[in-house]
Write a protein that binds this ligand. Structure first.
Ligand code: ADP
Ligand code: ADP
Length: 232
């Protein structure tokens, strides 16, 4: 079954001139699949991810996630979906500097109304899952780049989302750390999560099962890949 369906999606930006960031894009993601969107800078990758993540809405066409047409629900409902059903991982981690790892990871659960003890317990569990069981009380500044990204991944996974979105997750870490992040994403996929990853780098995209090549806001082709093993 498909978890995400884009049907005839168009998105334009008007800033001085008009830029068509996405032009009549149709694609769907099966539940449990691992897809990479790959293309040069400015090809529309982030726009696509933001639409699937409900951070923005399409001008034409529909974006459905888990049965919900994101263009037809209120901003409040979209925000709710984004906080729980959809997990986001960014290139820049976006952690709260004054909060510890466990507090950062439990944040989405605050918005979801979990009681304090329950959400801290869940946050510790997820930190264990990403290999940071010994870093609960560290603040972002006390962690390495790779550890910060793992905290960000744990935060995205805390509400047990049906979809994990990652925008250049290895963009701000060195090659070895990037390989460890990609291994972690592969493990998360192996546990049954659906992942949509955006990257300009083929070496990274090859960790997915399928590469959607975009150029000038259009899908050029969709390529099935032999997953890189052992994820290097
Ligand atoms: P990519 O992620 O592949 O680099 P983007 O989706 O960020 O591409 O951008 C696609 C096109 O849309 C680019 O031409 C970009 O300049 C334009 N664009 C993206 N976001 C905005 C915005 N908020 N305002 C104006 N133009 C934008
Ligand atoms: P990883 O491979 O997980 O990214 P590193 O080998 O880079 O970890 O870091 C090893 C240790 O050094 C970490 O446990 C971390 O606490 C510490 N460390 C690394 N980078 C920084 C940093 N920029 N600030 C503070 N501590 C750091």
């Amino acid at each position: 079954d498909s978890l995400v369906t884009l049907d005839g999606v168009t998105k334009t930006y008007n800033l001085g001139g008009t830029v068509t960031a996405l032009d009549d894009v149709s694609v769907s993601l099966d539940e449990g699949s691992y897809t990479a969107v790959m293309g040069p800078s400015g090809s529309g990758k982030s726009t696509l991810l933001n639409l699937v993540g409900g951070l923005d809405t399409a001008d034409a066409g529909t974006v459905r996630v888990d049965g919900v047409d994101l263009g037809r629900v209120s901003e409040t409902r979209r925000a709710e979906k984004r906080g729980t059903a959809i997990g986001f991982v960014f290139q820049t981690f976006n952690l709260m500097p004054r909060l510890t790892a466990v507090e950062n990871v439990s944040l989405p659960l605050v918005f979801d109304g979990w009681p304090r003890e329950k959400r801290l317990a869940r946050a510790r569990d997820v930190l264990n899952d990403v290999g940071l069981g010994d870093r609960y009380d560290h603040k972002p500044a006390e962690l390495s780049g790779g550890q910060r990204q793992r905290v960000a991944i744990a935060r995205a996974l805390a509400p047990d989302p049906s979809l994990l979105l990652a925008d250049e997750p290895t963009g701000n870490v060195d090659t070895d750390t990037g390989a460890a992040i990609m291994r972690l994403l592969a493990e998360i996929h192996d546990r049954g999560n659906t992942i949509l990853l955006v990257t300009h780098a083929r070496r990274i995209a090859e960790h997915a099962e399928r590469i959607v090549h975009v150029r000038d806001g259009r899908i050029e082709r969709i390529e099935a890949v032999e997953r890189r093993r052992p994820y290097d």
